[in-house]
Design a protein around this ligand. Structure first.
Ligand code: NAP
Length: 494
């Protein structure tokens, strides 16, 4: 057993873990351990490699602002490019030497006497870290549906997070369960190769136009040579997403008309793309756009015109070794079962591993008791020296990089103060946490999530209490202001 002491243990080598590592190093903490469960770097973009996988936020807004890539091949990059970008960032910032792949964190326990974290790894090692950063991801615990008979399916079962490209799906009879943002990307690709494809939909998803295009070579050369051009491009796409966030999600009470216009546009898309009236009806959601994550695609709706594609909405009764039986009793024979069933985002994810703070407090239980409270979506009372990148109330803006950016800014202010005082511990106060959630919770009233019609959306934004503690209901600018100017007295620093 190795008994290593590091400045910080960072859990996860996705973009938030890489961002935290870069920031800690900037702040003078150079002895890091980045623990990664998977066999490669990149988090979501290492794991999600199904056909058609790509980002549905424009790439100019989906990257680190201090490391803008001029070479994105399209306005919306695909998964391979994002994985390459993660590797590029890792190498350019010399982070690879800290990364331990194929290693899970079993538990992290705060040691009050030594004022550090004891982190147990799946390898049997015990790491000790002055700081602990959880960056295990909002969407990293794969959800396996508990459907009767699923374990007895005799064909091949593939989850979208465990795609094996060695599989040749040509000529297969495929059943896809799920119609979230993942299925929207995957279904058109499967339809091209399957002999027959049945899409099992429980809740339809809003899909908007994808204004995608190849980035011409001369534009990429320009972006590579002129940093200000890269910056302006990102500013432009950021403005688009900020406007969408502020009008379509945060201020639904005032701008609900905009959502209805977007819904009308999606309905027009369905009308123009899908020939069968009944299929059109089934594909049309009855909840407000924004209640659950919408998708962007120009290919999804037309796929349902194909003779080899069937949309099934009557509900799954059971799975048999050779097919799926719906509640009507009808059975469709399949040889390949594709689970596009998403992730567990609350249980087993907040936190993604057992985390025990001061006085033996278990973070998972504490979050349940406290209705998923946090301070600024980054720290938690009773958990000293702990930065939760994967944290309730954290999600800021529409691009995940906007969340990482504000959390890195918070770290800069907090750790900067630690250094200035020559201190070794920080812990946010209960009062600061209470003040933060007391201000945030009522703000949700104006959002589409509480003001819109979300009853039938089946959205993972809502937790078991029926509350939304997933994202921060403020503008990005407001979030950045708070993360860079929060009162230092909100922390006990010693
Ligand atoms: P998801 O949005 O959670 O969708 C899961 C789908 O599986 C839903 O349609 C769900 O139906 C269905 N489902 C789950 N359990 C089921 C069951 N027992 N029986 C029948 N249906 C079941 O997951 P996802 O599509 O993987 O997307 C997750 C998130 O990943 C997205 O919201 C997005 O944030 C992110 N994502 C991003 C990108 C990107 O940026 N490029 C691409 C893909 C995904 P219900 O809706 O009825 O629950």
């Amino acid at each position: 057993m190795v008994d290593g002491l590091v400045d910080a243990v960072i859990v996860g080598a996705g973009f938030s873990g890489l961002g935290a590592a870069i920031q800690l190093r900037n702040l003078g903490y150079g002895n890091l351990a980045i623990i990664e469960r998977e066999n490669g770097i990149g988090g979501t973009w290492h794991v999600n490699r199904y056909p058609g996988a790509g980002v549905d936020i424009m790439s100019a807004s989906y990257q680190f602002p201090f490391e803008r890539n001029p070479y994105w091949s399209r306005l919306y990059a695909n998964a391979d490019e994002l994985k390459n970008y993660a590797d590029h960032v890792t190498d350019k910032y010399d982070l690879r030497r800290y990364v331990r792949l194929n290693t899970s964190v079993q538990s992290a326990v705060w040691d009050e006497d030594d004022r550090l974290w004891q982190v147990s790894l799946s390898t049997g090692e015990l790491l000790r870290g002055r700081f602990l950063v959880s960056a295990s991801g909002f969407l990293s615990q794969r959800h396996h549906p508990d459907i009767p008979g699923i374990a007895d399916f005799a064909g091949q079962t593939l989850h979208t997070t465990g795609w094996d490209h060695a599989n040749d799906l040509r000529g297969r009879r495929i059943g896809v369960i799920g119609t979230g943002a993942t299925a929207v990307q995957l279904v058109p690709e499967l339809a091209k190769v399957a002999e027959h494809l049945t899409v099992y939909q429980r809740t339809p998803i809003w899909v908007t136009v994808k204004p995608d295009a190849r980035v011409p070579e001369w534009v990429r050369r320009l972006l590579a040579r002129v940093p200000i051009a890269r910056r302006m491009f990102a500013v432009l796409t950021d403005v688009v997403y900020d406007l969408a966030l502020n009008s379509g999600i945060l201020n639904h009470r005032r701008y609900g008309l905009i959502n209805r216009l977007v819904e009308a546009n999606c309905k027009l898309m369905i009308f123009l793309a899908v020939r069968d009236r009944e299929v059109r009806r089934k594909l049309t959601p009855d909840y407000s756009i924004g209640c659950k994550r919408p998708a962007v695609s120009n290919a999804y709706y037309p796929t349902f015109n194909r003779p080899n594609v069937h949309l099934e909405t009557s509900g799954i009764e059971r799975i048999e070794p050779d097919g799926i039986v719906t509640r009507t009793g009808a059975k469709t024979r399949i040889d390949t079962l594709v689970l596009a069933t998403g992730f567990n985002v609350w249980e087993h994810n907040f936190p993604g591993f057992q985390t025990i703070g001061r006085g033996g407090i278990d973070l998972g239980k504490w979050w349940l008791d406290q209705r998923y409270a946090s301070y600024q979506g980054v720290t938690v009372p009773n958990f000293p020296n702990y930065i939760a990148m994967t944290c309730p109330w954290a999600f800021t803006g529409l691009s995940y990089f906007h969340t990482i950016e504000v959390q890195m800014a918070h770290m800069a202010r907090l750790f900067g103060e630690l250094k200035r005082r020559n201190a070794v511990t920080f812990e946010v106060t209960e009062e600061a946490k209470d003040r933060f959630v007391t201000v945030m919770r009522p703000k949700l009233d104006d959002t589409v999530l509480l003001h819109g019609n979300c009853a039938t959306a089946n959205s993972y934004y809502f937790n078991g209490f029926g509350e939304v503690a997933w994202f921060r209901p403020t503008s990005r600018r407001h979030a950045m202001r708070e993360h860079t100017t929060f009162p230092l007295s909100d922390y006990r620093i010693a």
